[in-house]
Ligand binder design. Structure first.
Ligand SMILES: Cc1cc2nc3c(=O)[nH]c(=O)nc-3n(C[C@H](O)[C@H](O)[C@H](O)COP(=O)(O)O)c2cc1C
Length: 186
C-alpha cells in the first residue's frame, strides 16, 4: 500500500561528491548531492548550488568547477565539507584533504578522490533557492584502480551515495547494462 505525501525533493539515492572551485587566489571545497548527468556529446553535468553558499560566487567568477567522487575513505571529509563554510575556514585543512593542481581548469581537485571531473560552466539557470550550473566535462582524472583499458571502471562497493539524510555505501553489482537483452529467449 502506498500513499501520497505531497511534493518534496525526495529523489534517492543521490551521488555524494565534493565539488572544488575557485583558483590560485581563492578556492574552496563544497559537498553536493544535487548533481546530475545531463548530456553525452558534449559530456555535461549539472550541480545545484544554494544562493547562500560561499562557493557560488567562486564558480560564477571562474566559470569552472571540479566534481570529485568520494569513496568510503573520504566519508568524514565529505561531511566536513558539507557542514563548514569556506567563509570561516580552509576546508582542505579542516577536512584533511589535499589540493591537486587542475589540469584543464584553474580550480584545484581533491588529490585523495579516485575520480575528478573537470568542468567548464556553459550555462546557469536560476531557480527559487538554487542556481543550477551546467558544466561541460573537459577532462576526467581517474585513479588506476578505477580504470580498465583506459576507460572508467568503478570498482564495486567503493563509492558513497546519499539518501534521505544518510550516507550509504554502494554494494555489489546486481547486473550489467542490457543484461536482459542478452538473455537467451526460451
Ligand atoms: C551530504 C550533503 C549534501 C549537500 N548537498 C548540497 C547541494 O546539493 N547543494 C547545496 O547548495 N548545498 C549542499 N549541501 C550543503 C553545503 O555543502 C554546505 O552548506 C556547505 O557548508 C557550503 O559550503 P560553502 O559555504 O563553503 O560553499 C550538502 C551538504 C551535505 C552534508
Amino acid at each position: 500500500m502506498k500513499r501520497s505525501i505531497g511534493p518534496s525533493t525526495c529523489l534517492a539515492p543521490l551521488p555524494a561528491v565534493i565539488v572544488t572551485c575557485g583558483d590560485g587566489s581563492e578556492n574552496n571545497a563544497i559537498t553536493l548531492a544535487w548533481v546530475g548527468t545531463v548530456n553525452s556529446e558534449p559530456p555535461m553535468l549539472t550541480i545545484a548550488v544554494r544562493y547562500s553558499r560561499y562557493s557560488l560566487p567562486l564558480i560564477e567568477r571562474t566559470g569552472e568547477f571540479t566534481v570529485n567522487l568520494v569513496d568510503r575513505a573520504l566519508l568524514r571529509a565529505t561531511d566536513i565539507c558539507g557542514v563548514t563554510s569556506g567563509r570561516d575556514c580552509d576546508k582542505f585543512e579542516r577536512a584533511g584533504i589535499t589540493r591537486a593542481k587542475g589540469e584543464k581548469v584553474s580550480c584545484p581537485s581533491v588529490a585523495e578522490s579516485p575520480v575528478s571531473i573537470e568542468c567548464k560552466v556553459r550555462s546557469r539557470v536560476d531557480l527559487g533557492t538554487h542556481a543550477v550550473f551546467f558544466g561541460e566535462v573537459v577532462n576526467v582524472i581517474a585513479a588506476e584502480e578505477y580504470l580498465k583499458n583506459g576507460k572508467l571502471s568503478v570498482p564495486e562497493g567503493r563509492l558513497v551515495a546519499y539518501a534521505n539524510g544518510k550516507y550509504v555505501g554502494t554494494g555489489e553489482a546486481l547486473g550489467t547494462y542490457g543484461f536482459t537483452a542478452r538473455e537467451k529467449r526460451q
